[in-house]
Design a protein around this ligand. Sequence first.
Ligand SMILES: [Mg+2]
Length: 202
Amino acid sequence: MIKYIVFDFDGTLADTFDVIKNIAMSEYDEYDIDLESFKHLGAKEILKMVNIPSWKLPGMILNVTSKLRKNKDIKLFPGSIDLLNNLNKNYKLGILSSNSQEIINDTLKKYNIDNLFEFVYSESSLFGKHLVLKTMCAKYNINPHEVIYVGDEDRDIIAAKKIKIKTIAVTWGFNSKEKLSKEKPDLIVDSQMQILEEISQI
Ligand SMILES: [Mg+2]
């Protein structure tokens, strides 16, 4: 039985795509970075397209991530608040993200929804998000079978499936519906309302 709904933050609850796009464009204007088209492509295709040497990429990602972590004015998607308030009636809620704990907590407080969450777990691992999910389950004493992870990127779905956590993919974030469908999430949704309507089928 599902007890926990754990959310990814950026692109899932928080509308940060444009923030990231602007950071990437101003930091790396020597490359033709079209983040919109990245939504549909795989990592290899993206590298080919932008002509960035692959050894440069980890440093670039770290740089953009650290700039994102300093951004104080993060907006949640309009439907996020209703969704969380409704889910909170039947489930325990959590957040797992590589964004900073401080920024997530500040954002939740700003929207007055910090009390809805059992935990906010912030960690990034170079060895993959599935290990972070595993550590999260151990830390909060959660059985992976009792969790649904909600994310906006194909790597969220891949990571959760690796450790047998059920998944909901949302199509309003960083990856297109086509890209997400390939990883066969348990549910794929185009609106927050659809999660409320269909979550009991998982
Ligand atoms: Mg995300």
